[in-house]
Design a binder for this molecule. Structure first.
Ligand code: LLP
Length: 417
């Protein structure tokens, strides 16, 4: 057992569902992201099971992993989508997803993106500032339509997570504080080109303790009551995403227990509930498969040099994030403590530090919990083609994104002459 459901050892060989990861490496090469469709489906069910029979919509925050095959899997399960750009909306359209289940988040929506979203009749714009409200109203008026809106409220609750992924504090760029939200709602109520439909908040990502999420929810419910006092009625409450997952030994919250507590706090209110989970649905449904190039030993430190790097998976370099690294084949020899590093020319290029591994050149390693904010944050730094992506479904594998070719990387460039 690896401790990761759907990625387990069978006879000493790590599998994704029924498929040996070694077979994927020999068919598609490395580095390759491998996703398990069963893991995506199980995560979706865990997140949504308590909402059965309720007026609720779970909009997958596709910034976490926007591969079309992942989106298609969730769309088939009934998901809506939380987008942050016109590009993400085009991905929803590309898989035949319903724009009527799309919500549009983000602090800097362009006029073109707003017009595109209006043309497709999305469910709601989550607005983050007064000028954004004005912009959406003026684009909607110019298009002769009415824009459905929520204000993203910053409830000033500390998510207790990494500063780069905490968004609900006063000093963050996201949302508006509660008194400003009240003002904006009152102003929006008088605008013919917008229709108030909801309130929204999202306080941060990778929350291991859900208490701040409940605190934010209570503040949103109090805001809804204040708005009612002004004759402004709210039909949905969007509680954002942020529920954490287990990367190593954290005790991650159980999504069903989280949902039960959310529902308990809603009580008998007649509110449609919306959520924007990203990581929780995909994080542990993917691994990054990589091959060992060299094992470099030195008196001060040892290095396992692999063919994946910070350009493929940025999270360790950017957030000092921990991802478990497992040998695909259990060799059983003596373990060496080393830093697992890529070939990129930066000291910050590492996937794991001080890891105890029994491996050798040519062997494969799996960087676990890489389904969220992995491929989507990858780059071509050092002119490295981005990894392939494979989705496993039972005993079958599908290549869901081809490996880039080096020529593709400079195909748009010209010599200045
Ligand atoms: N809704 C909004 C408005 C967001 O900004 C985010 C994430 C989500 C939903 C989804 O949050 P989740 O459920 O995935 O925690 N790259 C970082 C995470 C950045 C999160 C950005 N916003 C990482 O690798 O940890």
């Amino acid at each position: 057992m690896s401790g990761f459901r759907f990625f387990e050892y069978r006879s000493g060989s790590l599998h994704a569902e029924e498929v040996p990861l070694a077979r994927i490496a020999s068919e598609y090469g490395t580095p390759t992201y491998v996703y398990s469709r069963a893991a995506l489906t199980a995560a979706w069910r865990e997140f949504t099971q308590e909402l059965e029979g309720r007026d609720a919509l779970v909009c997958y925050a596709m910034k976490a992993n926007s591969n079309l095959a992942v989106l298609d899997t969730f769309a088939r399960l009934g998901a809506g989508f939380d987008i942050v750009s016109g590009g993400e909306l085009k991905r929803v359209l590309a898989i035949g997803g319903a724009p009527g289940k799309v919500i549009f988040s983000g602090v800097g929506k362009t006029e073109a993106d707003i017009a595109l979203a209006l043309a497709h009749g999305i469910l709601c714009f989550n607005l983050e500032s007064a000028p954004e409200l004005d912009r959406v109203a003026s684009v909607a008026a110019a298009c002769g339509v009415v824009a459905p809106i929520s204000i993203r409220v910053n409830p000033d609750v500390d998510a207790g997570t990494h500063p780069y992924i905490s968004t609900g504090l006063k000093e963050n760029k996201f949302g508006v504080d509660i008194p400003t939200a009240v003002e904006l709602y009152r102003r929006a109520a008088g605008m013919p080109a917008v229709r108030i439909v909801g309130v929204d908040c999202h306080i941060g990502s990778q929350l291991i303790d859900p208490a701040p999420l409940y605190e934010a929810q209570d503040r949103m419910l109090a805001l809804i009551d204040v708005l009612a006092g002004y004759g402004i009625s709210i039909s949905h409450l969007d509680l954002g995403g942020g529920l954490g997952i287990r990367y190593s030994d954290e005790s991650a919250p159980d999504p069903a227990a989280y949902m039960r507590e959310v529902l308990r706090r809603i009580g008998s209110r007649r509110l449609k509930l919306m959520f924007e989970p990203g990581r929780n649905l995909v994080g542990n449904a993917g691994v990054l498969l990589t091959r060992v190039e060299f094992v470099k030993t030195a008196p001060a430190r040892n290095f396992t040099v692999v063919d994946a790097a910070m350009n493929d998976l940025l999270r360790p370099s950017l957030y000092s994030a921990h991802h478990e690294i497992l040998p695909v084949r259990k060799l059983g020899g003596p373990a060496l403590i080393s830093d697992v590093v890529g070939p990129v020319c930066e000291s910050g290029d590492f996937l794991g530090k001080g890891r105890s591994l029994s491996t050798a050149p040519g062997e494969l390693l799996a960087v676990m919990s890489a389904g969220a904010y992995g491929m989507v944050m990858s780059s071509n730094y050092n002119t490295r083609p981005r990894a392939a992506e494979v989705m496993v479904d039972g005993d079958r594998c599908h290549l869901v994104r081809e490996r880039e070719k080096v020529e593709d990387l400079f195909a748009l460039e010209r010599i200045a002459c």
